[in-house]
Every structure is written in structure tokens, then in C-alpha cells.
Design a protein around this ligand. Structure first.
Ligand code: DAH
Length: 355
């Protein structure tokens, strides 16, 4: 058998096997590469006897074209098979019915916390956080709350150990202590979060939410406190005028202390905030007691300021017309669907959070 015939026979034999793309490429370069079998036959042409040269060259060209053609076809075949396999594997059945999709709602408490944070951040307050499980020192002692204070009574506080050293924080005020211990004055922070007391009825839940405020600097006085709260309440309820009164009160960590009431009236069964002659208590506040400042190594002769604590749930109830506090924590999806907020709907007084 001539060389050419042999090359062809061998090639056809190889093609019969299940080749992949890299194997066929290898065959291709063995034949047509620089020193490939076919290429070297072409180099031989010159040395062939003249009488046979023409036929040899023509046979060679025919075989070359034939093999080239077979290789190209085989390659197409392999590539098509690969594509078909991929198509088969990645097939999407568009006849399947769509999955039901429920968009979540923002809980009114989360919404209210965002609104509060946004309003205070406009006037320079940053947002701090503290843990729900506190120690007795931060929650009471450092806040100038003596051992025999009623707030320490087992009745109100969830203690977590027999020694009463660990507890669920009863207010957000310990974040004042944490903030002042880790930094130097001035301080201008709010701290929203969960708080706990052993209490439950239509207006009290064992877990509720507060936002603490603290502003300590040189020459801060009660006028600043009034201005700040006045601004906040107007912004929060989206009203231009607010009736507000400071009633003397007592908190161990402030001196003087006050509770703030806002005026309201009921019209057509709806509560209208900011006018009328009824009063509603919404927060506690005062000038930070010098003992508290001493406890966190801040010199009360140089620095002073105000603090406040607002019940978030109460504010949310008032603003959004919710009358039972317990519904907040029932996790009833129908309730959330009604009172919750669309995550894509931006409220009018929301200016974005820089938390
Ligand atoms: N921590 C108080 C409470 O839970 C609220 C409060 C009152 C916070 C006066 C303050 C404040 O920062 O100055 O009842």
C-alpha cells in the first residue's frame, strides 16, 4: 500500500473512535502541522521521479482535501453534540407556573425607629447601640440609681442570675454610660433599642422600645433640651405647631428632671396631635446628674448636658393610629400587612440614614 493510502486508512480508523475536540485537534496537527504526515508528503514531491510526480501530487491533494473535510465535519459534529448536551442540561421549562411571591412589610416599630433616627441625625446626633443583656452597674448604679430605688425591684426587672448582676436592660439609658466610658466629650447621640420590664396589659408589654438621647458639651442648658425636643416632635408628627409642656418629675440620673406632655384632642374619633386641651405624656428628660458624669470620668464642672428617654411604641401607636400595644408583638401577618410599610415606599419625612 502506498504511503498516502496508509495515512488515509489509519486516519479513518482513528476517526471511528469516540473522539473529543482535543483529540481531533491533535490528529489535525499530526497530519497538517509543520512536520505533519501530509505536510511531509508535500516536501517529498520534488524528489519523486518526474514520470510519477504529477499523479502523486494530484493524489496527495485529493487525499489532503478529503482528510481536511472529514476533520472539519468531525469537529462540527463534536461541537454540535456539546452544544446540544448543554442545551439539554440547562433547559428551562417555561411552562411551569410562577412561584407565589410575597413582599414583606416593614414593621411599624422599625419604621418609627428609622424615622426617629433620621430626624435626629439631621441635627447632629449619631446613633449608638447597646446590648439587651446588661450588667447591673450600667443599668442602675452608674446612672445614680441607689440600691433601694423601686426600679430595682424584682417586680420590674428581669434578672438573669441569682446575684442580680446580669439583667435585661430596663431602659436604654445604660447606652449613655457605655458611650461616655468609651470616648471623650462632647457627646451627641441617640440610642434606639429594645427594653424589658415584667409588665403586661393593653399599654405595657414585657418587651418594648425606647430611644435614649444624650447631649453633653460645654454650656449646654435646658433651653437646648426644650428646643431639641420641640423640633423632634414637630418633625415626627409632621406638624408646624406643637403644644408641649414640661412637668417637674424625678429620675435619679437627671437633675432637674421633667416629663414632657404634648397637647391633643379627639375629633371625629381621631386623635389630633399638637392642639386641644388634653395632655399626653410621651417622654422623660432632664439635665444629666453630676454623679452620672463623675461615674464615667467626665468633669461636671467643665461639661454638662441633657438626656431624654422616649417610648418608641407609644409614638408609633399615636402616629399610625394603633390602639393595642400587644398587637405589635403578636406576629400576625394580617396585622402587619395592614399596619406595616412597603419597603419601597419612602415616607415623607425620611431623609436617609447615615448609620
Ligand atoms: N430611663 C427612663 C425610663 O425608662 C427614661 C428617661 C428619663 C431617660 C429621663 C432619660 C432621662 O435619659 O433623662 O423611664
Amino acid at each position: 500500500m502506498s504511503d498516502l493510502k496508509k495515512i488515509k486508512e489509519e486516519f479513518l480508523e482513528k476517526l471511528k473512535g469516540g473522539l473529543n475536540l482535543s483529540e481531533i485537534n491533535e490528529i489535525k496537527s499530526n497530519l497538517f502541522g509543520k512536520n505533519g504526515l501530509i505536510s511531509s508528503q508535500f516536501k517529498k514531491i520534488g524528489s519523486i521521479a518526474e514520470s510519477e510526480r504529477k499523479k502523486f501530487a494530484s493524489d496527495l491533494n485529493i487525499i489532503k482535501d478529503e482528510l481536511q473535510d472529514l476533520i472539519d465535519r468531525k469537529m462540527d459534529e463534536i461541537q454540535n453534540a456539546e452544544i446540544n448536551e448543554k442545551l439539554e442540561k440547562e433547559k428551562i421549562d417555561i411552562t411551569l407556573p410562577e412561584r407565589t411571591f410575597v413582599r414583606g412589610r416593614i414593621h411599624p416599630v422599625s419604621q418609627t425607629i428609622d424615622e426617629i433616627s433620621s430626624i435626629f441625625s439631621e441635627i447632629g446626633f449619631s446613633v449608638e447601640e447597646g446590648p439587651d443583656v446588661e450588667n447591673e452597674y450600667n443599668n442602675f448604679t452608674a446612672l445614680n440609681t441607689p440600691d433601694n430605688h423601686p426600679a430595682r425591684d424584682m417586680h420590674d426587672t428581669f434578672y438573669l442570675d441569682e446575684k442580680k448582676e446580669k439583667l435585661l436592660r430596663t431602659h436604654t439609658s445604660p447606652v449613655q454610660i457605655r458611650t461616655m466610658l468609651k470616648d471623650n466629650p462632647p457627646f451627641k447621640i441617640i440610642a434606639p433599642g429594645r427594653t424589658y420590664r415584667s409588665d403586661s396589659d393593653q399599654t405595657h408589654a414585657p418587651m418594648f422600645h425606647q430611644v435614649e438621647g444624650l447631649h453633653i458639651d460645654k454650656d449646654i442648658n435646658m433651653g437646648h433640651l426644650k428646643g431639641c425636643l420641640n423640633y423632634f416632635i414637630k418633625e415626627f408628627f409632621e406638624i408646624d405647631k406643637i403644644k408641649m409642656r414640661f412637668r417637674p418629675s424625678h429620675f435619679p440620673f437627671t437633675e432637674p428632671s421633667a416629663e414632657v406632655d404634648i397637647g391633643y384632642k379627639i375629633k371625629d374619633g381621631k386623635i389630633i396631635i399638637g392642639e386641644g386641651d388634653q395632655w399626653l405624656e410621651i417622654l422623660g428628660c432632664g439635665m444629666v446628674h453630676p454623679n452620672v458624669l463623675k461615674n464615667v470620668k467626665v468633669d461636671p464642672k467643665k461639661f454638662q448636658g441633657y438626656a431624654f428617654g422616649i417610648g418608641i411604641d407609644r409614638l408609633a401607636m399615636l402616629k399610625y393610629g394603633i390602639n393595642d400595644l400587644r398587637a405589635f408583638f403578636d406576629c400576625d401577618y394580617r396585622w402587619l400587612n395592614h399596619f406595616g410599610f412597603d419597603p419601597l415606599d419612602v415616607p415623607t419625612n425620611y431623609r436617609g440614614l447615615s448609620r
